[in-house]
Each structure stands twice: as structure tokens, then as C-alpha cells.
Ligand binder design. Sequence first.
Ligand SMILES: [Zn+2]
Length: 177
Amino acid sequence: MSSVSTRSKDCVQQRKIAYDMIVRGYSPKIVQIETTLTYRQVSLLKKKAEENMCVCANTSRSSRSGASIIHNRVTKIEASILMLLYMKLAILNINESIDLQALEKSHDIYQSIRDEIITLYPVQMEFLTITDAWCLAKEFRSEEAMFDKCSECNTSYFTSSNQSTLIDCPFCQVSGH
Ligand SMILES: [Zn+2]
């Protein structure tokens, strides 16, 4: 096979991955990073997905840092549920790369848990998008975020050095806040 046709095959593959990511609700910036496609290529694919009416409803929000994602006890619980699932499901080394498949599976489970909780108890919860999940995974990979274990309740939780809350363990009342 010539290198030209290999390249065009790779490009088709990348466009397929990009299209699926757009449908899934990733922000265009993340799609660009993960697929190395250009802004214009991603924009055209997004337009196509929108024409096909198959873009996730939660696409609009752009990338956020841990500071805006984790800002109180509830958001820290949500981030912890999502990221603990990610840690359990990941096959790739998440210290070195972002395991998109595990991230998406974790986000599906997180969404089911969240929907169930809201149905049972109409509490105020924030919805973490797949873009938020990717941003948290990226912070973990770059060692800006980590998993910690509470000495009081012995539960693991996710914590980011950028977070804008002083809460340590979000699962028990003992934590200093
Ligand atoms: Zn605790």
C-alpha cells in the first residue's frame, strides 16, 4: 500500500472518530486535540452532525478547569463518582493517557446514577458533561488532580489542586470546610 493511500485511510479513520466524539458531546477543541484534525475539519463534521440531528444536548459547554467544575461538596461528590468509575474501568494507564472508552463508559454510568438519584430525591445536582470528564482526566494525567482517601470514612475521593472549595472528603461531615 502506498503511503498516500495509508494517509487518506488514516484521515478517514480520524474523521470517523471525530464525528463520533462530536455526537457524544465533546467540545470541538477536545475533538481537535484527540484526532489532530484542523478546526475547519472539526467544524464541518459538527455541522454535518447537527444536520443529522444527532449531537448530544450537552455539547455547548466548553472546556473547564477543576476550579469551575469542583466548587462545592455536591460537585466534588459528582466528580469523585465519575472519576472513581474511570479509574476502575480504565485499561490504559491513565497517568500517561486519557482512556476515552473508559471515560465514556464511566460517564454513562455516572449519568444513570445521577438520573436515579434525582428521580428518588429531587436534589440540586450539577450535570458534569463528557467534556468536563475529559478535563478532569487531563488534570489527573498532568498531576494537577489525584485520588485521596479520607481517614475518617475510609472512602476514596477525587481532588484537584485547582478546585475552588476547601472541602477535603465530600462524603463525610467531618472534613474541614
Ligand atoms: Zn470522609
